[in-house]
Design a protein around this ligand. Structure first.
Ligand SMILES: [Zn+2]
Length: 382
C-alpha cells in the first residue's frame, strides 16, 4: 500500500486498484487499495474526507497495518477506481497539526512538559501537557508561536537512519528506533509524526490559544489555526460588538458594563422583593380574621424564601389552622411554604403531592415545595 500523502500532501486526485473489499459489521464496505492519498485516523488526527469511485468515503482506518476506506457500497476487486480527497479539510488539518507542533515544541523547550494527548477533529483541537500552565504563560507561547509563523520557516520531513536517529533529540510518544518519520521546524521543534504537514510555517496563518483547563495533573489547551482562528475571531467580534451596542459601551469596556448591569439588576430585584414583601403584609392584614376562617392563604409574585417564611411565621401567631403563602403565577407555577401552630403540615403536603403532583416536604410545623397548578385549584384544597 503506497501512501501518496507522504510523497506529496497536495495530491487530491488519484487512481488506484481495488485490492480487497470486505463487508463490515454495520453492512458497510471496507476497501483496500494498492495506493491511497487518504490520510487515515491516526495519532489523534481525524481521517480525510472525500470520494472513492464517486461515493462518499465515510471513514478511513488502519487495520492490520493497512489503510481501509469505508463506503456504503461495495467495489469490485481488481477494478481501477478514482479517488478524491477533500482539499479544504486536508489543508485545514495540516494547518492545525503544524501549529500544534510549534506550540508543543515551544512548551517543551520552555517548561520541559510533554504533549501527552492530542485531538484534532472537525471542530476542536486539544493538546494535553503533563504540567501546569496559566493562560498568561500560554499567551507568551502563543506570541512566540506566531513569530515562528512570521519567519516562514520550512517544515522538514525526514526518515533518518537509526544511527543518525539515535543521536537526535526529538519529541516522541512511541519508543521506535526504525522508520521514524521526523518532522522538523528549525529552531522550534523536532518531533516524530505520521501526519501530513504544511510546507512552511507561513501557511499555518494565525495560531490562537482559546482555552486552558486543568486536566489529569496537567492542562488541556485548545488552539485554533489558520481559517479556524480567523472565523473564531469574527464570531467573537460579532458577539462583543452586539453586546457593545446593547449596553452602549465601548467594545473594550463591555465586561465592566455587564458587571454594572448585573449589579443594577440585583438592586432592582432587592427593591422589588421589598415592595412585594410590604404588599404581602398588607394582603395578610386584609385577610378575614381567624374567627371567620382558621386557615390563612396568600398568593404573591416572585418573592425570596426568607420573606415567605417570615410571613408564614407571622400568620401562624394569629391563625390556628394552615397558614400558606404561594409565590409565583399560574403560568410558571408556585413555590409554597405552609406552616401551622397546631396541625401537622406534612399531611397537607402529601395531599398536594397526590392530587397535583406537587414537590416538597418538611416537618410537622412547616413544609415547603413547588406546585404547578392554578391558584383556583390550590384554593380548592383549603
Ligand atoms: Zn504530529
Amino acid at each position: 500500500m503506497e501512501k501518496l500523502y507522504y510523497k506529496n500532501t497536495h495530491i487530491t486526485d488519484f487512481e488506484a486498484i481495488v485490492m480487497d473489499c470486505q463487508e463490515d459489521e454495520k453492512g458497510r464496505f471496507r476497501i483496500l487499495l494498492d495506493r491511497t492519498a487518504f490520510f487515515p485516523e491516526e495519532g489523534g488526527q481525524g481521517a480525510d474526507r472525500g470520494t472513492l469511485a464517486g461515493d462518499e468515503v465515510l471513514d478511513v482506518q488502519i487495520k492490520q497495518e493497512q489503510i481501509w476506506h469505508t463506503l456504503a457500497t461495495p467495489l469490485a476487486i481488481g477494478n481501477s477506481v478514482k479517488g478524491h480527497v477533500d482539499w479544504a479539510q486536508r489543508f485545514d488539518y495540516m494547518q492545525q497539526h503544524s501549529g500544534e507542533h510549534i506550540v508543543s515544541g515551544l512548551v517543551h523547550a520552555k517548561y520541559g512538559y510533554d504533549n501527552v494527548g492530542f485531538h484534532l477533529g472537525a471542530e476542536e483541537v486539544t493538546l494535553d501537557f503533563n504540567g501546569p500552565l496559566t493562560l498568561e504563560q500560554l499567551r507568551e507561547i502563543e506570541l512566540a508561536a506566531n513569530k515562528a509563523v512570521w519567519k516562514n520557516l520550512p517544515i522538514l520531513i525526514s526518515v533518518p537512519d537509526p544511527s543518525v536517529l539515535s543521536g537526535l533529540e526529538y519529541r516522541s510518544k512511541l519508543d521506535l528506533t526504525e522508520n521514524v518519520r521526523i518532522v522538523e521546524i528549525p529552531g522550534v521543534d523536532r518531533c516524530a509524526c505520521c501526519a501530513p504537514h504544511v510546507e512552511t510555517t507561513g501557511q499555518i496563518g494565525l495560531i490562537k490559544v482559546t482555552n486552558v483547563q486543568s486536566h489529569r495533573g496537567g492542562v488541556r489547551v485548545n488552539i485554533l489555526c489558520g481559517e479556524r482562528a480567523l472565523r473564531d475571531y469574527s464570531l467573537r467580534q460579532d458577539s462583543v460588538s452586539s453586546i457593545s451596542v446593547l449596553l452602549s459601551a465601548k467594545q473594550e469596556a463591555v465586561a465592566e458594563a455587564v458587571r454594572r448591569v448585573k449589579e443594577e439588576a440585583l438592586q432592582e430585584k432587592l427593591r422589588a422583593n421589598a415592595l412585594q414583601a410590604s404588599l404581602l403584609s398588607l394582603q395578610a392584614r386584609a385577610l378575614p380574621g381567624p374567627e371567620l376562617s382558621p386557615n390563612a392563604v396568600l398568593f404573591t409574585g416572585e418573592l425570596d424564601n426568607l420573606a415567605l417564611r417570615n410571613t408564614v411565621n407571622d400568620l401562624t401567631l394569629r391563625y390556628p389552622g394552615y397558614c400558606a403563602v404561594f409565590s409565583g403565577d399560574d403560568n410558571k407555577g408556585y413555590r409554597y411554604i405552609i406552616g401551622s401552630s397546631s396541625k401537622d403540615c406534612r399531611g397537607l403536603a402529601k395531599l398536594l403531592r397526590e392530587r397535583f403532583g406537587a414537590k416538597g416536604g418538611g416537618t410537622a410545623p412547616m413544609v415547603q415545595g413547588s406546585i404547578a397548578v392554578s391558584k383556583e385549584k390550590i384554593l380548592s384544597v383549603f
